[in-house]
Design a protein around this ligand. Structure first.
Ligand code: ATP
Ligand code: MG
Length: 181
């Protein structure tokens, strides 16, 4: 499958993982269509029912999903799970991620990505080691996928422009603010 071809090719060059390549490739193929299974099995977390519903919508191929909810319920964590899932199960994926402030992007969303990459490392260290988290991007090395951090305020869409790829996932954290809040 295209999504995993480059990972298998790269990994096969490395003696320490060669023996596990077939199994890992099979697992990634299965997860590619099932973000809920990825979250539970790769990250070891049980989604809340509403998070599981969103993951099911993504699995069904829903193109646009908006989440409106209270504070601290797990929106950013869900975004981080999807960033990791998309970057690891697609080849050459691009994942532009925006939030209104650098704090929301770097401290919160990137913080959640780091947290859940750590959870992945507990289960699949050989895969977690292939994900490089930098200030402004996350590189999924063997898959040649990248997540990009871009601050963007409501009404400014430049941060999301100019990205082209067959596999494209936009993550927009806190895009709509209640003007009275
Ligand atoms: N299903 C889950 N299981 C365990 N921990 C979770 C789960 N969902 C979220 N968390 C954790 O709960 C905390 C709060 O989640 P998160 O920051 O994603 O909420 P939020 O909805 O984005 O909050 P805010 O409204 O402040 O933006 C984080 O530490 C996150 O990792
Ligand atoms: Mg949040």
């Amino acid at each position: 499958m295209r999504a995993c071809a480059s990972f298998v090719l790269d990994a096969a060059q490395r003696p320490q993982v060669r023996g596990e390549v077939d199994e890992i490739a099979r697992t990634l193929i299965a997860w590619g269509d099932d973000p809920g299974a990825f979250v539970r099995q790769a990250l070891g977390v049980t989604p809340e029912p509403w998070q599981a519903e969103i993951l099911a919508l993504v699995a069904r191929g829903e193109k646009r999903i908006a989440i409106r909810s209270g504070h601290g319920v797990g929106k950013t964590a869900l975004e981080a799970w999807l960033v990791l899932w998309f970057g690891m199960t697609r080849e050459g994926a691009k994942i532009p991620a925006t939030a209104p402030t650098a704090h929301q992007l770097n401290d919160l969303l990137w913080g959640e990505i780091a947290k859940w990459r750590g959870a992945l490392a507990d289960r699949l260290p050989e895969l977690a080691g292939e994900i490089s988290i930098k200030t402004d991007r996350v590189e999924f090395l063997p898959w040649r996928s990248t997540a990009f951090a871009r601050t963007s305020r409501l009404g400014q869409s430049e941060a999301l422009q100019g990205f082209h790829a067959e596999n494209l996932l936009f993550v927009i954290d806190d895009a709509i603010r209640n003007p009275r809040s």
